[in-house]
Design a protein around this ligand. Structure first.
Ligand code: ADP
Ligand code: MG
Length: 365
């Protein structure tokens, strides 16, 4: 009996997560009337901020059906919760205010995603093609096969065979190229790039989920870029790819000089590999990489030239305990540099000592 109750709870939650509110249904009907889609299917993904649904369209009257994806930003979906409170007579004013604020924010995010996607798509970077935006509903092309299965996230990509190692390395280099193109050509930093927001098919990567992407002159863009580099690097290291240092990648992405198209992009990356200092062993190189990344991740990155007022004077201020008066004082404050979990997993793999500075073994023959 108890089990049944729990099952029912779960089912209720599942439906309430997927129920479309009236405003959303109206927008979808409108899209159907205009022939942009003909039917909306089940959810491909239900996330914290948005649900993504599969859809079918017939762009040519007599032609074959085409798959599409509809991203519906939430809050609007959950507005019935506010309504519940409204009916109960509690927090009437507050609920209303929150709701309208939430709606506006959600619309803004959807707009941002649409705009960013347009820029990335028109630069020829593999991503969904934006088709239509109406309020908090974004219609885009579907990244998946003809049967309607979405391409897996890179995290779930099933790469097997004799050349697995080579494929992972190629994908890594492909991604670095995409990041540079995104920065140099579309002037965007993804800002939430990881194996969760990259789709994979047939040795090709697709960039998705770009509502939070920012331009290089955003006050925190370089900090976001540094996180994107770390997160993607961590993932490829777990696939045992020999990665470049975060600093090397950062410079590669942000340097205006150099190619932004293939084959020049890959060649530049291979050159970066070739110009790395030699180490006695792979372990020594890995340890050095770890130290270098740790230093880079803690380093202050000036965002604009104006921010570097006067390095010497700034250093003096810090000495005098007035560091918190500097413009960039908060840049590093909320960053998690090292977590307990990192330590635990290091211990497991027996690499816990890799950061000990008096451990000279890594420099030995
Ligand atoms: P969220 O903000 O919820 O992370 P995403 O844009 O990352 O939203 O989309 C969530 C999931 O939906 C993705 O991981 C992917 O599996 C699927 N998805 C999103 N857009 C598409 C698309 N255009 N084609 C196929 N699947 C998609
Ligand atoms: Mg996502």
């Amino acid at each position: 009996k108890e089990g049944q109750g729990r099952e029912k709870d779960k089912a209720d939650r599942a439906t309430s997560d997927q129920v479309l509110d009236k405003a959303t249904r109206m927008i979808l009907y409108q899209m159907i009337n205009r022939g942009l889609v003909s039917e909306i299917h089940g959810a491909i993904s239900t996330g914290k901020e948005a649900n993504v649904y599969g859809a079918v369209a017939y762009p040519d009257v007599d032609g074959p059906p085409v798959q599409r994806a509809v991203k519906v930003y939430k809050t609007a979906i959950l507005s019935f919760k506010d309504r519940e409170r409204y009916i109960a007579g509690e927090h009437r004013f507050k609920a209303g205010a929150e709701k309208s604020h939430g709606r506006k924010m959600v619309k803004l995010w959807a707009e941002k995603e649409h705009r960013n996607l347009r820029r990335i798509y028109s630069a020829g970077i593999p991503c969904p093609e934006p088709i239509e935006l109406k309020s908090h509903v974004l219609l885009m092309s579907f990244l998946g096969d003809k049967k309607g299965y979405a391409y897996p996230r890179l995290r779930d990509a099933n790469i097997s065979g004799d050349d697995t190692e080579q494929v992972w390395r190629t994908l890594y280099i492909q991604l670095l190229g995409l990041m540079r193109r995104m920065y140099q050509v579309t002037r965007l930093v993804h800002a939430d790039l990881s194996e969760y927001n990259i789709l994979y098919n047939d040795r090709k990567l697709y960039i998705i989920d770009v509502s939070q992407s920012v331009e290089p002159d955003h006050p925190r863009s370089l900090e976001f870029l540094r996180m994107d580099i770390k997160n993607t690097g961590d993932f490829f290291r777990r696939q045992e790819v020999d990665t470049l240092s975060d600093r090397t990648i950062f410079d590669f992405i942000t340097d205006p000089k150099g190619p932004v198209e293939e084959p020049g992009l890959s060649k530049t990356i291979e050159d970066l590999y070739a110009s790395r200092p030699a180490f006695a062993s792979d372990e020594a190189a890995a340890a050095e990489l770890e130290v270098d990344n740790e230093v880079f991740r803690n380093q202050y990155i000036p965002q604009t030239l104006e921010q570097v007022y006067d390095i010497e004077k700034d250093a003096q201020k810090i000495e005098e305990g007035e560091g918190d008066k500097l413009v960039y004082r908060n840049l590093l404050a909320d960053q998690v540099v090292l977590k307990k979990e990192d330590r635990d997993s290091e211990d497991e793999s027996g690499e816990g000592a890799a950061l000990d500075s008096d451990d000279e073994s890594r420099f030995e023959k």
